[in-house]
Design a protein around this ligand. Structure first.
Ligand SMILES: Nc1ncnc2c1ncn2[C@@H]1O[C@H](COP(=O)(O)OP(=O)(O)O)[C@@H](O)[C@H]1O
Ligand SMILES: [Mg+2]
Length: 576
């Protein structure tokens, strides 16, 4: 934890709204200026009570007008400040989401999704509320305190000195409680986050919990977390509850003290009765800002934990970044080259050692090998899910680290083993990532992908809702949607990573047929367990421990009677 207040980190987000804030500050000034006028009017009333009724009536009208003007000023400052505060929240939220999109998939899968979404929603909401509060409550209260205290000094400094003597005592106590509260609040918020990620996790694995009859275990674990959560919140409230009576008590004592002093001043002729009324009104006017600044201060301390958590998220390094002078990759037309590539996910384990590969445009390259050999890793380097540790990968002679991520990834389509459908209808899923699309193009793509037929048979056709709460599709259907996605995306380079491995042989045939259609005229990398699907590749690479141990066409490799021939014989004998 840093020692300094972390609100300074918000400064860059406040800057774009400075005009609105400035305008609001002006209104705050107007609003504050009315306070001493109110106190002064109260003093005037005391002068004319029982003597001059017309004067009293005039003062009453003036008082009413002051009230109305002050209300208008208050409305203006509050709405302007709210506008700025929620604008800041919006910017921060967009920025945080954008930052998440730039994090590597590995990193995200290591984090708890519930915790992340809490930071993006609750924490940022809290920051918005507190910024709004600082603007429309804290600043006016502080100003009110300053102006009224000034007026009090002006009327009678001896009395005011008494206030100043008591104020530091209150401030020290308030600070101490604030500190305690902040620690507690951080603990309690982490608990809440834990709880929500636990729920997310449990809901995701509820079938497994049921399958293992682990309900008791899950219930107990959840109960424990919920209990921690309760304790943390309860403790925060207890500290809160203790603080209010103490602060109020201090206020009462100080007011009584002032009354006694005022009595002495009046009897010695230092204070008139009208001034005393003004003074009393001032004291009334100062109580609520003192109380509010105290509670605002505590809220400020509590929300600091949220600020920390959001900026912690924003500080997560984006492993893959673009160079500031990155260029747009022109359409890939000639070759892809891996040159002396070394790579490991962690520094202690190298996956690829001095890997070299040159692929001509339009070639179909198959990668085969046991699971864990490094096939997916080799291809994940191509669209920069990870960066090489040394060596380089180039497309048409341009290092992929020199081009924008968008222009690189825009040219590489992927059909993975498991296709994830997002919440939305089928057409949106096929046109994934495109903000505007024509339904005709989507249908064309679906036809090429052998998907049109089954989609037309769904209740709402292309507008059938899929995803978490929608219609469930079979693995083969999902793969064909993924292929339609790739067709529409129309990439120059296509990666099929075990695209048919999870399918039964019937849907595999349909998917295979669709794949063959979209492979034409593209550079294709195909990873497959079933060697039947790689036979037609221009070149087959056998990968072992991150190295190419054999390369050639299907018949060349069979003739060589090496590792590929072994694989093939084994699969053939199993009748796969
Ligand atoms: N995200 C990752 N983080 C750490 N290690 C990984 C990650 N992905 C794969 N590996 C490791 O890298 C090696 C190669 O994996 P992978 O490329 O997925 O093999 P294949 O696709 O041939 O089955 C394996 O030892 C695997 O455990
Ligand atoms: Mg793999």
């Amino acid at each position: 934890m840093k020692q300094r207040s972390n609100y300074w980190q918000l400064l860059p987000y406040i800057r774009p709204h400075r005009l609105t804030i400035l305008l609001a500050l002006l209104w705050i000034g107007v609003y504050t200026a009315f306070w001493p006028i109110q106190a002064w009017l109260a003093g005037q009333i005391s002068k004319y009570v029982g003597t001059d009724v017309t004067m009293l009536a005039k003062i009453a009208v003036a008082g009413g007008l002051v009230y109305i003007f002050q209300g208008v000023a208050q409305y203006c400052m509050n709405t302007l400040m709210a506008k700025a505060a929620f604008g800041i929240t919006l910017d921060l939220r967009k920025r945080a989401y954008g930052h998440l999109l730039g994090l590597s998939g590995d990193r995200l899968s290591q984090m708890q999704l519930g915790d992340l979404s809490y930071r993006l929603t609750e924490d940022i909401d809290k920051i918005g509320e507190i910024v709004n509060k600082i603007f429309h409550q804290f600043i006016p209260c502080v100003l009110q305190l300053v102006v009224i205290l000034g007026y009090m000094v002006y009327i009678n400094w001896q009395l005011t000195l008494a206030v100043f003597l008591i104020a530091p005592v209150i401030a020290v106590l308030v600070g101490w409680f604030g500190e305690k509260l902040q620690k507690q609040s951080l603990k309690s918020q982490n608990q809440i986050a834990d709880l929500s990620s636990l729920v997310t996790e449990d809901l995701g694995s509820i079938r497994m919990i049921q399958a293992f009859a682990a309900e008791d275990y899950a219930r107990k674990k959840f109960g424990q977390e919920a209990e921690f959560n309760r304790q943390a919140k309860y403790l925060t409230e207890k500290i809160n509850a203790l603080q209010h009576p103490i602060v109020s008590f201090l206020q009462v004592v100080s007011i009584l003290f002032i009354f006694v002093l005022a009595g002495i001043q009046i009897s010695s002729g230092n204070l008139t009765s009208a001034e005393f009324v003004i003074y009393l009104t001032n004291i009334v006017l100062i109580i609520s800002p003192i109380a509010l600044t105290t509670s605002n201060y505590n809220e400020l301390k509590q929300a600091e934990a949220s600020v920390d958590r959001v900026f912690e998220l924003l500080a997560l390094p984006q492993t893959i970044t673009e160079r500031p002078d990155a260029i747009v990759l022109p359409p890939a037309t000639s070759k892809i080259e891996y040159r002396n590539v070394n790579f490991g996910y962690t520094s202690d384990k190298t996956i690829l050692k001095d890997f070299n590969l040159t692929v001509k445009a339009g070639e179909t390259i198959a990668l085969v090998g046991t699971s864990g050999a490094g096939k997916s890793t080799i291809l994940s380097l191509l669209n920069r899910f990870h960066d090489v540790s040394s060596g380089s990968i180039s497309i048409d002679g341009i290092d992929i680290r020199d081009v924008t991520l968008k222009s690189l990834r825009r040219q590489i389509g992927i059909v993975p083993q498991d296709t994830v459908l997002l919440s939305g209808h089928i057409a949106q899923n096929i046109a994934f990532g495109q903000t505007a699309f024509s339904i005709k193009d989507v249908e064309e793509a679906a036809k090429i992908a052998n998907a049109h037929q089954f989609i037309s048979q769904l209740s709402q056709g292309y507008y059938t809702y899929v995803g978490e709460k929608g219609t469930t599709l079979s693995g083969g259907q999902k793969q064909r949607i993924a292929i339609a996605r790739a067709v529409l995306f129309n990439p120059r380079i296509l990666i099929l990573d075990e695209a048919t491995s999870a399918l039964d042989s019937e849907s595999e045939a349909l998917v295979q047929e669709a794949l063959e259609r979209i492979m034409a005229d593209r550079t294709v990398f195909i990873i497959a367990h079933r060697l039947a699907t790689v036979r037609k590749a221009d070149r087959i690479l056998v990968i072992e421990n991150g190295e190419i141990i054999e390369a050639g066409t299907h018949s060349e490799l069979l003739d060589r009677s090496g590792r590929y021939a072994q694989f093939y014989a084994r699969q053939f004998s199993k009748g796969i």
